[in-house]
Design a binder for this molecule. Structure first.
Ligand SMILES: [Cu+2]
Length: 706
């Protein structure tokens, strides 16, 4: 049945999950399937509808009756979803070692590397405030003014269920953005697992990394609980050829706790907590190291399915997170460095973010309307001491962020419509209103010295609109066109940062409270062909940005943020996979990004070169093996007039990965990354920090048997 129209859906496909066995419905929507006694999962799919998965129990000599409601399909937001299997049989979880490895596999995403720790994602050459990076929809702001603490560091790979990536501004439901969003959906407590326990130890040779992971899940019909712990300790890593990068080790621990309550009548309550602590993180290419970071992330969410007629779901979320970050240069010889010579600069930063998110989903006929209210309050503070090593020079103190208080309120309309059974439309509209101020008197005075205005308070409004139209060709193909005009309000650091040293250009930055929002005009065309045995996708996009915010030279050594007239980013991505023999699948992907600063008539900085990968994977019940290669071409398009960016050479890396189920309770994971021990650095490596040399790793995973 069509869920909204209450009319039969003719000729739907009925397939047993994980197999090609099944049947099809007749013209009145009926089907009949003979199965031996047992429990089955059936996947019911029809053109123009979301597939539905139904559990059915067949007993001897009876007929199981199944009524299935199908919801009309809407254009899916995320360009890419990497699902880290709920079913252990999928063997996805634990296949890769780190969340960064999962994120990097998305064509069009590149990682900024500042250390052997917490790489920061960029989408199509855009980063920081231009993209939205959220965990389960929660906003989290880094406390480090040097961006040592990207949000992606807080979700360990065993807690990542899927990655929702939207590489353009079609999805405005999670954040105002001009360059896409990345939502890390975490594993929650699982009602289908009465008891599950997993314990894994691992080792990596490149850095002497030792790690431990533990997971337990308990559930009865009313409550489900999940707890994980992840501990890591790493020494200095080796680059290709054996050079040890001194001062690059770290220690980190991460805890996650989840509780779900089944309240009945389609209602569920979820609570989750993430605690993350890292210490002694070496940043050999930056001026200082992070000594301690502490993060706590809390979320409470209520789901209500079909609360009233015409209302599909109602969701409420409240969240709070606190991030504290300490860094210093006490382990460095400050008497020989070119900047800030002869003084130590211990720095502290903190953010506190509290938010409320309400979403109601209404469905009638071929229409679906989601209304979202997205509110958060941020406070951010950062300060720094300057302690001279020379006798007779007194210490100095300054505020890098003079206690920012920021309120952001947004209303989002997300509307989908089925125009015909082949043609779909999706439109997003988002309005953000932000009120921000500096609360610290000393912090205000520091900035007043730069700007005429004594009033640091700013109120800003942004208006974003996006629309996509998708036409389905045959049973497997689709063409999609996205157009968007989106705005993003300056970040609190761009507005109020003070004396922030940027190693990529060697300037100290001063925030600009008078910045206007950036405006982006985008178009993207994509083609998709997807069958179980092979799939292919190509995207071509163009993003024109007005009032682009960038650093401009103010005086010797100092830059300030300003709206330059215009910049654009354009590019193409391809991705495909195919079965080459039984159990053997080949994957290929490539992305090219081109960015240009029109004001200065030079390339935008930190644009990734042509990069991609080619791999082949063999899988059977007990064994998985993959050979992967990742390549990047040289990048010669650099912002040489305004930054210290330099050219980088191309490289090819080769990785081998294997996973083997030795017994029902034991999995063994083995692999070698950068097999040829190639010395290289990514273009997005800060100060040419080399990539990791040859790395053999192993893991032993002991788990409960189902
Ligand atoms: Cu820091």
């Amino acid at each position: 049945m069509d869920a909204a129209m209450e009319a039969p859906v003719p000729f739907a496909n009925v397939r047993m999950h994980g197999t090609q066995r099944g049947t099809a419905c007749d013209s009145s929507g009926y089907f009949h399937l003979s199965l031996p006694p047992g429990s089955y999962r059936l996947v019911i799919s029809a053109l123009g509808y979301e597939p539905s998965v139904e559990e059915v129990r067949v007993s001897e000599k009876t007929v199981a009756v199944l009524n299935v409601s199908l919801t009309p399909a809407v254009i899916a937001f995320p360009d890419e979803i990497v699902v880290y299997g709920r079913n252990r049989g999928d063997a996805e979880s634990g296949w890769l070692n780190a969340t960064e490895d999962v994120i990097r596999n998305v064509a069009g995403i590149s990682m900024i590397r500042r250390a052997n720790f917490a790489l920061e994602p960029t989408i199509r050459g855009m980063d920081a405030g231009r993209i939205g990076v959220v965990i389960d929809g929660m906003k989290i702001f880094g406390a480090c003014v040097d961006r040592m603490d990207p949000v992606t560091a807080y979700v360990e790979v065993e807690n990542l269920e899927k990655l929702e990536v939207s590489k353009n501004s079609l999805d405005l439901t999670k954040a105002a953005n001009i360059g896409g969003t990345l939502n890390m959906v975490t594993h929650k407590a699982d009602f289908t697992r009465p008891f599950l326990a997993q314990s894994e130890i691992g080792y990596e040779t490149v850095s002497g990394l030792r790690r431990y992971r533990g997971i337990v899940n308990y559930a009865d019909s009313l409550i489900a609980l999940r707890a994980t712990v992840s501990l890591k300790k790493s020494g200095d890593f080796r680059a290709g050829g054996g050079q040890v990068i001194t001062g690059s080790g770290f220690a980190k621990n991460n805890y996650k706790m989840d509780m779900s309550l089944n309240l009945g009548a389609g209602q569920r309550m979820e609570f989750s907590f993430i605690g993350d602590n890292a210490s002694n993180i070496g940043y050999p290419v930056l001026l200082m190291d992070a000594t301690t970071t502490k993060s706590q992330i809390y979320r409470l969410e209520h789901h209500w399915m079909n609360p009233f007629r015409g209302v599909k779901s109602f969701r409420s979320m409240v969240y709070f997170n606190r991030i504290d970050h300490w860094m210093d240069d006490y382990d460095r010889d400050v008497t020989v460095r070119p900047v800030m010579r002869n003084m130590y600069m211990p720095m502290f930063g903190k953010t506190r973010t509290a938010g409320v998110n309400e979403e109601i989903s209404l469905v009638t006929g071929g229409h679906r309307l989601n209304l979202i209210l997205d509110f958060y309050r941020l406070t951010a503070f950062a300060d720094m001491k300057m302690v001279s090593v020379l006798p007779g020079v007194s210490d100095a103190y300054l505020l890098n962020l003079g206690d920012v208080l920021l309120y952001n309120t947004a209303a989002v309309v997300d509307y989908s419509r089925l125009l015909t059974d082949r043609l779909r439309l999706r439109t997003n509209l988002r309005i953000d209103y932000s009120d921000r101020d500096l609360r610290n008197e000393f912090g205000r005075r520091q900035l007043e010295a730069f700007w005429e205005t004594g009033d640091m308070r700013q109120t800003l409004t942004s208006f974003s609109f996006s629309s996509a139209i998708e036409y389905r060709i045959g049973d497997y193909g689709a063409v999609q066109l996205v157009v968007a005009r989106s705005e993003r309000i300056p970040s609190h650091i761009e507005n109020y940062g003070f004396f922030l040293y940027n190693v990529t250009d060697g300037y100290f930055y001063t925030g600009n409270p008078l910045l206007k929002p950036e405006t982006s005009y985008q178009a993207e065309l994509s083609m998709d062909y997807s069958r179980p045995e092979h799939d292919f996708r190509i995207n071509v996009y163009y993003n024109n940005i007005r009032n682009y915010i960038s650093g401009v030279i103010q005086s010797e050594e100092f830059k300030t943020f300003a709206n330059i007239t215009s910049a654009f980013i354009t590019g193409v991505e391809v991705k495909g996979s195919m079965d080459v023999a039984r159990g053997l699948r080949m994957h290929v992907s490539a992305a090219y990004t081109y960015g240009q600063n029109r004001e200065l008539n030079e390339p935008l900085p930190l644009i990734p070169p042509l990069e991609g990968g080619l791999g082949i994977q063999w899988s059977s019940d007990r064994f998985r093996f993959a050979i992967e290669s990742r390549f990047a071409s040289a990048q010669n398009r650099i912002a040489s007039r305004t930054t210290l960016e330099d050219r980088t050479a191309g490289f090819i890396l080769l990785n081998l990965r294997g996973r083997f189920r030795a017994w029902d309770f034991l999995d063994i994971k083995l692999g070698v990354e950068n097999l040829l021990d190639h010395y290289y650095n990514e273009h997005l490596s800060v100060n040419n920090l080399p990539g990791r040399g040859r790395n053999a790793y192993f893991g032993l995973n002991v788990h409960s048997v189902e």
